[in-house]
Design a protein around this ligand. Structure first.
Ligand code: ASP
Ligand code: MG
Length: 466
C-alpha cells in the first residue's frame, strides 16, 4: 500500500495553530503519496494528565473539582473547533464533543459517588482525551477539503483486558482494521483515529499505557501494512548526543531498531522503541518528524541497520549512577559467588546496569541507589564493599561497532586524560560503555562528539531523503 500512517503527538494537536499545521502537513503527504494517509492523534497536550487527576480526586470523594475541570476541557475543545470549522459545518462536531464531555462528566460523577477508580473505570475516563482530540482533528481536516472520517479506535484496536496497560490482540485487530479502516482508504477517504485507546472483545474501553499513541500508530500501520509510519512530534529526531551535555548535537538521520533501543535505555527516548515493535516486525520504516519544521528530514528507524561509513551512530550518557565494588579474595572464584552477589540486588529490587569482573573483585553500577544501605549491609556478610557515588555511564552506540574490532581502543584513546573506572563492550557489540566520574562526563562526551561528528552538518530537507 502507498498509504502512510501519520501520528501527531499532544503538542502537535495542542491548539488551533498546531492543528492548522497538521492539516498542511497532511495535505503535503497526501499529495506526495497520491493516497490518503491514516491520521492517528494523541490527546491535546496535558489532557490525559488532567482527566486522570480528576479521576483520582473523584475517587476520594472530591466532587467540586469535577465540574471546573470538565468545563475547562469542554471549553478548550470547543474553542479549537470554533477556530477551525466554519459555523455552517460545525453543528455535528459540537454535538459529538458535547456528547463525549457529558459522558466524561457522568463517569467522573459515578467515581465520586462510588469512591473508587478501578483500572477499568480509569480507562473509560482516560480514553476521553483521544476521543475528543480525534473528533476535532477529523472536523478540521473535513473543513479543509479532505474527505476525512472519524473512526472509533475502540472498534479498530482489539485488546486484552489488562486495563491501563492493555495489549493488542493481533488477529482480532487485523480483522477490525480490515473492517473499520481499510474500506475508507480504498474509497479514497482519510480515516482519523485517537491513539492510546482500544477496547476488549466485549467492547469495553481500554488504554495501551501512557504514551501509547505511538503504539497505536505502529499497530494500525502494521495491521494494514502501510508504506511508512510517521511520528510527528516537537523535536527534530534522535540526537547524536545529549543536548544538555553537548552544545551542538546533530540529528541522527537513520538508525536501526537495535540502536534506538540502546539509546532509549540511556534516556534518549523521543519514543519508546518497544512501542514501534509491531512496525519493525513487519519491516515498516518509522520516521520521527518535527511538526514545527515539516521540511526537515528527521530520524528514520528501520529493522535492519542502515548502511553507512560512520564509526558510531550516537553517544548517550546516564548520569549520577553509583558504582558498587565487591571484593573477596576468598570467595570470588568459588562457584555460586556471583549468584549470591546478584541475589542481594534482587532482594532490594535494584537493577544492575554495567558489570565488570577481575580476579578478586566485581564492580557493578546501579542507577537507583535508594536501597544502597541495605545492599551494602547484606554484601558485607560475605565480602568487602566500596561504594562510589556520583559516577556516570558514557556509551557509544552503533551497528558498525560489530565490524570494527579496534573501535574500543579508539574510543579509549579519545578519552585520554580522563579517569575511567570501568569499561564494557556489550554482548550485542552494538555499544561500548565506560564508567567515569559524573564531573567528567561533559568533557568526555564533548571530546568524543568533536572527534566523530566534527564537520558541521546542516539538516537535510525531507524531500532529499525520500
Ligand atoms: N495521551 C496519552 C498520554 O498522555 C497517550 C499519548 O499521548 O501517547 O499518555
Ligand atoms: Mg507521546
Amino acid at each position: 500500500m502507498n498509504n502512510v500512517v501519520m501520528k501527531f503527538g499532544g503538542t502537535s494537536v495542542a491548539d488551533a495553530d498546531a492543528i492548522r499545521r497538521l492539516v498542511e502537513i497532511v495535505r503535503g503527504e497526501a499529495r506526495r503519496t497520491g493516497a490518503p494517509p491514516v491520521v492517528v492523534v494523541s490527546a491535546m497536550s496535558k489532557v490525559t494528565d488532567a482527566v486522570l487527576r480528576m479521576a483520582s480526586e473523584a475517587a476520594t470523594g472530591q466532587r467540586e473539582t469535577i465540574t471546573a475541570g470538565v468545563d475547562e476541557l469542554r471549553q478548550r475543545h470547543l474553542t479549537v473547533a470554533e477556530a477551525l470549522v466554519p459555523a455552517a459545518q460545525r453543528g455535528p462536531l459540537v454535538e459529538q464533543l458535547e456528547q463525549q464531555i457529558s459522558e466524561l462528566r457522568a463517569m467522573l460523577t459515578a467515581l465520586s459517588i462510588l469512591r473508587e477508580a478501578s483500572p477499568r473505570s480509569l480507562d473509560g475516563v482516560a480514553s476521553a482525551g483521544e476521543l475528543l482530540s480525534s473528533r476535532v482533528v477529523a472536523g478540521a481536516l473535513a473543513a479543509s477539503g479532505f474527505d476525512a472520517v472519524w473512526v472509533d479506535a475502540r472498534r479498530a484496536i482489539v485488546t486484552d483486558d489488562q486495563y491501563t496497560v492493555a495489549a493488542p490482540l493481533t488477529a482480532e485487530t487485523e480483522a477490525a482494521l480490515a473492517r473499520e479502516v481499510t474500506p475508507h482508504l480504498a474509497a479514497g477517504r482519510l480515516p482519523v483515529l485517537g491513539g492510546y485507546v482500544g477496547a476488549t472483545k466485549e467492547g469495553v474501553a481500554t488504554t495501551l499505557g501512557r504514551g501509547g499513541s505511538d503504539y497505536s500508530a505502529a499497530i494500525i500501520g502494521a495491521g494494514i501494512d502501510v508504506a511508512e509510519i510517521q511520528i510527528w512530534t516537537d523535536v527534530d529526531g534522535m540526537l547524536t548526543a545529549d543536548p544538555r551535555v553537548v552544545d551542538t548535537p546533530r540529528v541522527v538521520s537513520h538508525l536501526s531498531f537495535g540502536e534506538a533501543s540502546e539509546l532509549a535505555y540511556f534516556g534518549a527516548k523521543v519514543l519508546h522503541p518497544s512501542t514501534i515493535l509491531p512496525a519493525v516486525a513487519k519491516d515498516i520504516p518509522v520516521r520521527i518528524l518535527n511538526s514545527r519544521k515539516p521540511q526537515v528530514a528527521g530520524t528514520m528507524i528501520t529493522a535492519t541497520p542502515p548502511r553507512n561509513e560512520r564509526p558510531i551512530t550516537a553517544l548517550a550518557c546516564k548520569r549520577n549512577v553509583t558504582v558498587v565494588e565487591v571484593t573477596s579474595t576468598r570467595m570470588l572464584m568459588a562457584h555460586g559467588f556471583l549468584r549470591r552477589l546478584f541475589e542481594v540486588f534482587e532482594r532490594y529490587r535494584t537493577a544492575v546496569d554495567v558489570v565488570t569482573t577481575s580476579e578478586v573483585s566485581v564492580s557493578v553500577t546501579i542507577d537507583d541507589n535508594r536501597r544502597i544501605g541495605d545492599i551494602a549491609h547484606d554484601l558485607r556478610e560475605f565480602a568487602e564493599v566500596a561504594i562510589e557515588p556520583e559516577m556516570a555511564l558514557l556509551c557509544a552506540v552503533g551497528e558498525n561497532l560489530r565490524s570494527d574490532p579496534a573501535f574500543a581502543i579508539r574510543m579509549l584513546a579519545g578519552l585520554d586524560g580522563i579517569a575511567l573506572r570501568m569499561v564494557s563492550q556489550a554482548a550485542s557489540r552494538r555499544n561500548v560503555t565506560v564508567v567515569l566520574r559524573d564531573a567528567d562526563v561533559a568533557l568526555a562526551m564533548s571530546q568524543l562528539h568533536d572527534a566523530w561528528f566534527a564537520q558541521p552538518e546542516t539538516p537535510k530537507p525531507l524531500e532529499a531523503v525520500r
